[in-house]
Write a protein that binds this ligand. Sequence first.
Ligand SMILES: Nc1ncnc2c1ncn2[C@@H]1O[C@H](COP(=O)(O)OP(=O)(O)OP(=O)(O)O)[C@@H](O)[C@H]1O
Length: 629
Amino acid sequence: MPISSTPANRRHLVPGEPSRRTGLALLCAVLVAYFGFAYDNFFTVSNGLSILMNVSAIAIAAVGAMFLVVSGNVDLSIGGQYALISVIVASFARDQGGLVVAVLAGLVAGLVLGLTNGILVKYMKISPLIVTLGTMAVFKGLAYLVSEGKSVFGFSDAFIFLGRARVNNVPLPVIIAAVVFVAGGFWLLRTSAGLRLFAIGGNQQAARLTGINVDRVVVRLYVLNGLLMGVVAILTTARLGSGTPQIGTAFELDVLTAVILGGVGFAGGSGHPAGVFVGVATIGILGSGLIFAGLADWWQQIFKGLVLLLALGADQIAEHRRARSARDDPPADPSTEAGEPVAAGGSPPPDADDEYGLGVRRAREPGEVVLAATGLARRFGAVFALRDGTFSVRAGEVVCVVGDNGAGKSTLIKLISGVYRPDAGRIELDGRPVEFGGPIDARRAGIETVHQDLAVCPNLGVAHNLILGDEPRRRMFGLIPVRDDAAAVARARTRLASLGITLTDLNRSVGRLSGGQRQSVAIARAMKEDVKLVILDEPTAALGVAQTRNVLRIARQAAENGAGVILISHDIRTVFAVADRVVVLRLGRVVYDDSVHRITHTRLLHLMAGLEALDDATTEDDATTRTGQ
Ligand SMILES: Nc1ncnc2c1ncn2[C@@H]1O[C@H](COP(=O)(O)OP(=O)(O)OP(=O)(O)O)[C@@H](O)[C@H]1O
């Protein structure tokens, strides 16, 4: 797939990977052509309006379903919600007689049902498929219970008018569906909240680490979905003049088919409202055409089921093609993979210990202490993961923390980045004691962590990944708050340039970058303007030599830009290539903390492995060997 470059003045970047299923729009065109030729009355205004009327319910519900599937969730209970809300609305419309009361009852019912689904899915940590399969049955059953299995009718004219009113001969439900669809599509593509749905669908953990409250977003999506089902049920009940528990049978089949047929990936993280529009149109035309053909209900079910299977099959093929093209794509910028190290102040010849040839020259003297950890301890049950974590990091300094497996490195880092609370000891940031209730607190205080699993969203572009959680915004027409992608690109360019990273296409999905480039993006994201400390957890673990060299150069540059850097590594060569100081952990204690110039490879290995007893005085030999002085 050709990758377009990102013009600096592009005002809008589409989030998520393209669906690669635009071919399915053809299905819609073929159906229209076939039914149009086969049946004389198919291409009439009244049939067009009747199709629009019939799909208006699907179109409104498809907006909620699109949001859910993009975020990696699903709601199978919408048919049950449809039936239950319909009989509730009908009961209120009949007994209370008032339009407002019936509408409010429908919206409140939708809100409660959506909230129920959201809470069950998120806080009970159950798969959305299973939860909503269960609630589908419950809601359906309740619809029969509430209505005693009968249709509820006898509404006021005002209520019936809501479903049957026309504006310029266009039914009101069609107009409402169009407004909901356009507003929903705009919200998904153009706002920060919409971008976050794609992020959650692409990598939920990464989204969470950028500070997005994933649970809250997902619960809200289910609530919104319930509200939209409220709108659908109100309009249909008013139009039909009755509420019945049979309504909504196989409705979820129609809606999900439209959404998946329309290119929304079932795995989450991709999709476009224009595709969903085509999906909805296809379902509407197919439904109408099958009625024209005079086929019985069960044939319609069979056809729609087959179309859903076709859509899911196409989704699988599209996923496969996406993965293959990501594998086959050349790195976006070979220069960032094999580029020569650029150290501040020029590139001195690499010394003997600098096996990566970084040629680091410290242009800046370490500044004030940014982080001071004293006596940090943490145990898990009977296991002392960390007994005495005492060390400090200065601004502009790279401190490598090394140690054998189980030495306590990750625990130390998790205490500093707010993942765990220490059992004992204290952390000072810029000379002030701090206590973190969670990672978000640490990030707010200026501590950024690049985790080993990178925590980037592979389905989002470079610029979108860099701004996630702190998206620049602007007001469209001075009124509507939207994401400011031009500012996002500008911010991304500045950030990448400050670290010497050259990626020209900032709209390229991060999943299509090489491992080294992905790591560079993750580090760049951590390098916020006000960052004080950057923690890099094994940043070169899975990289080749050229990529490792590049990532280490970027880590070094982060320090040269003024941040304190903690780098966890198992690789001794990394330590000597990039560190100012090295901290060795052994069995939960700091057993060495000194300049990298005062230790040899051998002694460092011995300390890590516990082969050398703690020796206060670093031997003269060691120091001489390393520094060559
Ligand atoms: N959540 C936990 N529950 C129980 N034990 C834990 C937990 N986290 C760490 N430990 C234990 O604490 C010790 C230190 O673990 P830690 O992960 O901090 O070491 P590490 O130096 O990062 O190791 P590695 O290099 O293998 O990742 C180990 O014995 C580990 O099994």
